[in-house]
Design a protein around this ligand. Structure first.
Ligand code: NZQ
Ligand code: ZN
Length: 384
């Protein structure tokens, strides 16, 4: 196992009717800006619950944060925060709202051009206090310190990490997810599955506990996904899916292990170029990446075939790895997710050429062994 340090300061408040606990978690005297997206929280009654819980607090609202939150929109919020002196941000919504709010928190205290936080890895030395009521199980953003931000003008989608943007607390009431459109439920399941795989399906450095946690999340997802799709109001299934999503990217499963993230990096380009949802891009890229990089990932994929899919342990490893790839595709299909670029009307060779060019310009190599060069990226996308 590799060395690691870990500290997550986020308090998780999980369960039914927990939004009302907001008032006990936000320190008195804070001037709060509630941030949200396109209005789902108005329709499903979450905003009403938030306002009731904040009675007596000073607060205002900033709505309109898009899915794949846009730098241009977030900078408007940064202006408001600075001009009106807000000192607490409360994100209410999905991962995009929360990621956008993390960026607002960092950018409001940043000297210089805040885009540098994303484009030049400029250090985030300070950020406003933030917390959230998260309504979509997918990103794990509620218990991690990452955020992914898009820029309309340049068609870029970039991420940053900083311990300064860990939420102070996250309220997870699975009931808020009853209103999710099926497509978003599926996006969240695919995102969680892929997060786990980015951290598990690499090379082995002897982390059996982390591997079992990772595969435990995958087994739970496979069992619970059909239940929420059959009955969107199944509280227990919604709760289990949410906790899978949170644990899928709160860094526990990657402690001391080796990580990949190439599927995500390539997927972000598909979103930036073609507007596909994050969860759509991952189902397209993950199986193709595994086929191209199979030799490197063979041991872990084979172990997963045995432990998750019940395959015969005496089969050759290469066959076992194939089983995991096929079963994963089958699972994505079963929950209603398309897994080929052409199914979205996208020409794979065209996409491969453009994405290769972008990685060449940025001089980026990807993967746990840093061997996914722009040429390999081309192959992965062309075969997707
Ligand atoms: O905008 P509103 O009206 O709120 O509607 C949203 C949006 O249209 C809707 N929604 C959210 N909760 C709902 C709901 N509709 C009904 N009922 C609810 N309870 O769902 C739509 C999608 O929301 P969004 O926040 O965009 O989805 P998600 O949570 O999947 O976030 C995706 C973003 O997170 C980034 C992605 O790249 C993408 O930009 N990621 C962030 C990560 C992180 N912070 O660690 C890691 C991930 O890999 C990912 O990259
Ligand atoms: Zn993701």
């Amino acid at each position: 196992m590799n060395d690691f340090e870990f500290q997550c300061p986020t308090k998780i408040i999980f369960g039914k009717d927990t939004i009302k606990k907001l008032r006990y978690e936000i320190p008195q005297g804070r001037k709060i800006l509630i941030t949200y997206g396109g209005g789902s929280i108005r329709k499903n009654g979450v905003l009403k619950q938030v306002k009731e819980a904040l009675e007596g607090f000073e607060y205002s609202e900033f709505g309109g944060i898009e899915p794949n939150p846009k730098f241009e929109t977030l900078m408007k919020a940064v202006e408001i925060v600075k001009n009106e002196g807000y000192n607490f941000l409360l994100a209410v919504g999905g991962g995009s709202t929360l990621d956008g709010t993390k960026f607002i928190a960092a950018a409001s205290r940043f000297e210089g051009d805040p885009w540098d936080i994303l484009a030049k890895d400029a250090p985030v030395n300070d950020a406003l206090e933030l917390a959230d009521v998260i309504t979509l199980p997918a990103t794990g953003s509620e218990m991690n310190c990452g955020a992914v931000i898009s820029r309309l003008s340049t068609k870029e989608k970039l991420s940053f990490l900083s311990p300064k943007v860990y939420p102070k607390f996250s309220i997870i009431d699975p009931q808020t997810t009853f209103s999710l459109p099926e497509k978003q439920t599926v996006n969240g399941i695919v995102d969680t599955y892929t997060h786990v795989m980015e951290q598990y399906a690499t090379y082995d450095v002897n982390t059996p506990l982390q591997d079992e946690w990772a595969l435990g999340i995958i087994k739970t997802l496979i069992e619970e996904a059909p239940k929420v799709l059959r009955n969107p109001n199944d509280y227990d299934a919604r709760a289990n899916i949410f906790w899978c999503a949170t644990c899928g990217l709160n860094y526990w499963i990657s402690l001391g292990a080796v990580q990949d993230w190439a599927t995500h990096m390539i997927g972000h380009e598909l979103t930036a170029l073609y507007g596909l949802d994050h969860g759509e891009t991952l189902a397209i890229i993950l199986p193709s990446l595994w086929r191209v990089m199979k030799k490197d990932k063979m041991d872990k994929l084979a172990k997963m075939a045995i432990e998750v899919f019940g395959a015969n342990e005496f089969l050759p490893k290469s066959l076992l790895a194939d089983i995991t790839i096929k079963k994963t595709e089958k699972f994505f299909n079963k929950i209603g997710r398309k897994i080929k670029l052409r199914e979205y009307g996208i020409d794979a060779l065209e996409a491969a050429t453009e994405i290769k060019k972008r990685f060449l310009e940025r001089a980026v190599v990807l993967g746990e062994r840093c061997n996914i060069t722009p040429d390999v990226v081309y192959e992965i996308v062309a075969n997707a």
